[in-house]
Design a protein around this ligand. Structure first.
Ligand code: NOJ
Length: 750
């Protein structure tokens, strides 16, 4: 450590020691910041332009069959100080080797940042984010991030490229799996919870990591759901729908932001001054740093807004982007661009300062090996704390879409005294796909399959397993065995859906139903007349219209991570009463897309009797399963709304409540949702907007009063002149079990 400090040639050891002593002893943030400022300024004074550009450069390490490996030319770049940051370089052993190069073999010994896509866990894999969102449980979500940080940081990571906060209303887009769904309010709260979880209250603590909120901005609005495709939005929609989760994440303290691949208003995000400087810095006062997405600067050439990489580097730099991920163009062209006067050195210094500040705040100057402790790594990976959370969260993420009565009672939960079940499908005895998309370092060998989960949870039930069908393709050679398994069983459980590569980045689909062959097997099994439970395992909303019409019980179980099989089995057999609710609308068919609950009314709202109203002639307007939908084994009834007043002023709050009764036989949890509609605005307003929710536990036979309060802040929007405020007038409020079902009342704002 001392060695490292002495590396800073020409830098006064006295100032450094003073800084470190004061930083350690003082609670005064300003003093710490001043000391950091002095330290970093003197370091910058020592740096060459090449070394400065190096601090703005991030390269990936690769993992080969023989283990982790950094390209030889990157090692050379590291040693020369031309690359100051790495990603995909994890595990303590490997990261120590690399950090040593930076600390001991470069002129100034500036430590490296180690980044990774810790999206839903590091080794212990939690449910995909879209599944996690279905828990509507901010405390659990914060805990996921905190535990992910703990596990990843134990393996050397100090920077995660998460949360992804892109609002997404097109389930064809594969990356919906990585976000929290379609809603701005919910997405904003979840974004903030994740940032709090990752970063904690002390960035220099060895168990916290920097969060990187991504992808700035509007990546989720790719046309036709095709990844990386064009985005074209009004400023109103950008600000109302796509930006709020970013703002919420930054307000929660997110230290870094990642640019998106898409263009916005004709300019790729990585070269977009409006986004990176006017909004992020000038309006929001962001003081962390921006990193591009992977080679996103270089991609401005094929986008067609610059002729070559050098022009691309200048455009990104002048737009306000600090760090170049993997493109290598900052390192290559910044020195030249400075010489030519195309970019300013004072700006370069400001960018480098922001990066070094983060290294300082992470505590890397004090101890570059702070995150590199092999004992801690060993005791943290897959620890009980992590595995317990993985199970709890997986259970909370499951959404019961349908549960019909047959033979006098609901199909689910299944009885543990059921004699035999047929367990069929490509996801029934499958470890890898349980982990879902972007599971980076996740270890499939630790994943619990559904077959194993059922064996553990219901050991007396005899299981007739058959894979039956593969994910895609048309072969039916497995059908006979599956049909035979079904014939000899009392109940059939079908585990169908997508494999882990069918959602996520670069995995857009034009049809989002169950793959044809899987559906065909489901139809043939259904024709046998046995009770069938369909488990849908996927990284996106799937169109399930035939299944909804024919299959009595459907559980949406997403890709739930390491503990998937156990969680699903507990729900199937009633050890856990499901309470998850969809945070993305499930359409009837892909033709309804984009579809989301908070649409506008139009001038010709749906009227079945009038042809010339806004509708399809071949499908309903309503989705199959709306936003907020999710059943359980309880049966909740809602009273009418009672309010403390019918009229409020801008400074008042209105309080309203409903009584909810659990009329069922099972104790359960209900996610009670509050929606508001502004009936007349200076611009059109959505038919409903989520403004509150509570997840409440209610015992069988008991009632609970749930109270919400509404302030004018909840009623604010971008008015016709783009000021953000609430307009006086009439409002409708809905409280319900989903965005489509509930009780309503009216009030007004004076
Ligand atoms: C590309 C993805 O878009 C981004 O989300 C991710 O963080 C980077 N690759 C790095 O893996």
């Amino acid at each position: 450590m001392k060695k490292n400090r002495l590396k800073y040639a020409g830098y006064s050891l006295f100032i450094l020691l003073l800084a470190l002593t004061l930083a350690a002893s003082s609670n005064d943030k300003k003093t710490v910041n001043d000391e950091m400022g002095v330290f970093i300024d003197s370091l910058i004074n020592e740096m060459t332009i090449e070394e400065k550009a190096g601090q703005l450069t991030l390269y990936t390490s690769g993992w080969t069959v023989t283990g982790p490996q950094l390209r030889d030319d990157y090692v050379e770049e590291l040693k020369a100080g031309r690359a100051g940051n790495l990603f995909n370089a994890h595990t303590v052993d490997y990261a120590i080797k690399l950090q040593k190069i930076a600390v001991e073999e470069t002129r100034l010994g500036i430590p490296l940042l180690f980044g990774l896509d810790v999206i839903h866990g590091y080794k212990t894999t939690f449910p995909i984010p879209l599944a996690e969102a279905a828990s509507w449980d901010l405390a659990l979500i914060e805990k996921t991030a905190r535990l992910s940080a703990k596990e990843a940081s134990s393996a050397g990571i100090n920077w995660t490229y998460n949360p992804m906060v892109d609002i997404a209303r097109d389930p064809r887009w594969g990356r919906v799996a990585e976000g929290t769904g379609e809603d701005v309010y919910l997405g904003s709260l979840m974004a903030a919870a994740k940032v709090r979880g990752y970063q904690g209250t002390d960035l220099s603590h060895h168990a916290t990591v920097m969060a990187c909120v991504k992808h700035f901005a509007a990546y989720g609005a790719a046309q036709a759901g095709r990844d990386y495709h064009t985005v074209d939005l009004s400023d109103r929609v950008l600000r109302e729908t796509y930006l709020p989760p970013f703002k919420a994440a930054l307000d929660a303290g997110a230290t870094t932001v990642m640019t998106s691949f898409n263009e916005l208003d004709g300019l790729p995000a990585s070269g977009n001054h409006y986004l990176m400087t006017e909004i992020l810095r000038d309006e929001w006062g962001f003081d962390g740093f921006v990193v591009t997405d992977y080679t996103a600067i270089n991609e401005m050439v094929p986008h067609g807004v610059v002729a070559n990489n050098k022009e691309a580097a200048a455009l990104a730099f002048n737009a306000g982007v600090e760090m170049d991920m993997q493109g290598g163009v900052y390192s290559k062209y910044i020195p030249e661009l400075i010489k030519e006067g195309q970019i300013e050195e004072s700006r370069l210094d400001a960018y480098v300062r922001r990066v070094l500040e983060m290294k300082y705040r992470l505590g890397l100057f004090e101890d570059p090996y702070r995150y590199l402790n092999a004992d801690r790594e060993k005791e943290t990976l897959f620890s009980k704390e992590l595995m317990d959370h993985a199970l709890e969260l997986a259970k909370e993420s499951i959404v019961l879409l349908k549960n019909e009565n047959i033979k006098g009672g609901p199909v689910l939960p299944l009885s543990k005294s059921t004699k035999s079940i047929a367990l069929i499908g490509p996801l029934a005895d499958n470890q890898k796909d349980m982990l879902g998309t972007w599971h980076v370092a996740g270890d499939e060998s630790k994943a619990i399959t559904l077959l194993k989960g059922i064996q553990e949870v219901a050991p007396d039930v005899s299981i007739n397993y058959a894979r039956g069908v593969s994910f895609q393709g048309s072969g039916s050679s497995g059908f006979a065995k599956a049909l035979q398994a079904a014939r000899k069983s009392d109940v059939v459980v079908m585990a169908l859906g997508e494999n882990y590569q069918q959602s996520g980045e670069a995995a857009s689909r034009s049809e989002i139903g169950l793959p044809a062959n899987q559906l065909e097997l489901l139809r043939q099994i259904h024709a046998l007349g046995k009770p069938v439970v369909l488990l849908v395992m996927a990284g996106r909303p799937i169109t399930l219209e035939w299944s909804d019409q024919n299959i009595p019980a459907i559980l949406n179980t997403w890709h739930l991570g390491t503990m998937a099989g156990k969680a699903i089995a507990e729900v199937l057999f009633g050890d856990h009463n499901p309470s998850g609710k969809l945070t993305m609308t499930f359409p009837r068919n892909a033709g309804q897309i984009p579809i989301y609950y908070n649409m506008k009314n139009t001038g010709r709202p749906f009227d079945a009797k009038n042809k010339y109203t806004s509708k399809y002639i071949d499908v309903a307007n309503e989705p199959l399963y709306p936003f907020g939908h999710g059943l359980g084994y309880s049966d909740f009834s809602y009273s009418e709304i009672s309010m403390n007043k019918k009229e409020m002023t801008q400074n008042e709050t209105l309080s309203l409540s409903v009584n909810i009764k659990n009329r069922g036989k099972h104790d359960g949890k209900e996610i009670v949702q509050l929606y508001i509609r502004d009936l007349v605005g200076s611009v059109t307003r959505p038919v409903k907007e989520l403004k509150g929710f509570q997840k409440v536990a209610i015992k069988a036979g008991e009632s609970r009063k749930v109270t919400f309060s509404i302030s004018s802040n909840d009623l604010a929007f971008y008015t016709r002149d783009m000021s953000h405020k609430a307009e006086p007038g009439a409002f409708e409020v809905f409280v319900g079990t989903s965005s489509a079902k509930g009780v309503s009342a009216k009030f007004s704002l004076k």
